[in-house]
Design a protein. Sequence first.
Length: 274
Amino acid sequence: VPCRVFVTCKLDLQMALTLAESLVSWVNSLGLSSQAQKIDNLSDGVLVTEILSKIAPAHFDADAVKRNVGDNWLLKMSNLKSVLKNINAHFADLHRESPHPSIDASKIAREAHEGELIKLLEVVMECAILSDDRAMYIEKLQKMPKPAQQQLLPLLSQISQRIQDEGPEAPQTPTTPRSALDETPKMDSGHATPAVPLAQVDLIKHERDEARKEATQLREQMADLKTQLEAAVAETKATENKMMMRLRAQTADAHNEFQAQLEEKDRVITDLDR
């Protein structure tokens, strides 16, 4: 059985905080009953249950979760244990290994432990990527700010690696929900291409398209600036030419006037010499 290693163990504290903020942004993009201000707000399991009820309503019931639990860690623990139990059932239906053997529900309920919450949200994201509505969840990721996307890409990579480690998906039974892998293209070897690499490719393509669009806009702005500069240079030259012509005319007029005055003085001197 492949050992699941969560991406959070490779992150330093500052990176984990940034990842936590990015995950909260993703959660808030899913149209839930309330918005999380920080990852601590997810420690009661309510919003997590709401997300999973959209992904796999056969296993998760958002109406059954205990709400408004405040600081009561026992009620939080009850919600979280229900979440983890139903995740087990959901992944069993998908013929996949349970993805949360190392998640400590007690730390989440008692301390709102950030690292454990990140691991839980990683599992939730895996459920989303494996769901029939994978394209919708990918689109949500694509609409997030680029820094958040960049923080979540390693998470997608980690999910991808776990799927690859487990090998080809087991045959579906009539009661098993279809996963996103059902429609995944086949490679020459006949094995299914994992769904998550496609998710990463979609995000990278989106970022590439955005970069190309920005590059095109920059080129247009540079072309406009060049046109404006050329116009300004031409106008400056025209103005300089006009100023030079005016200066030459004024100089000529002054020269003629001085010449006339000089000639007049010469005549006076000549008359006086006589």
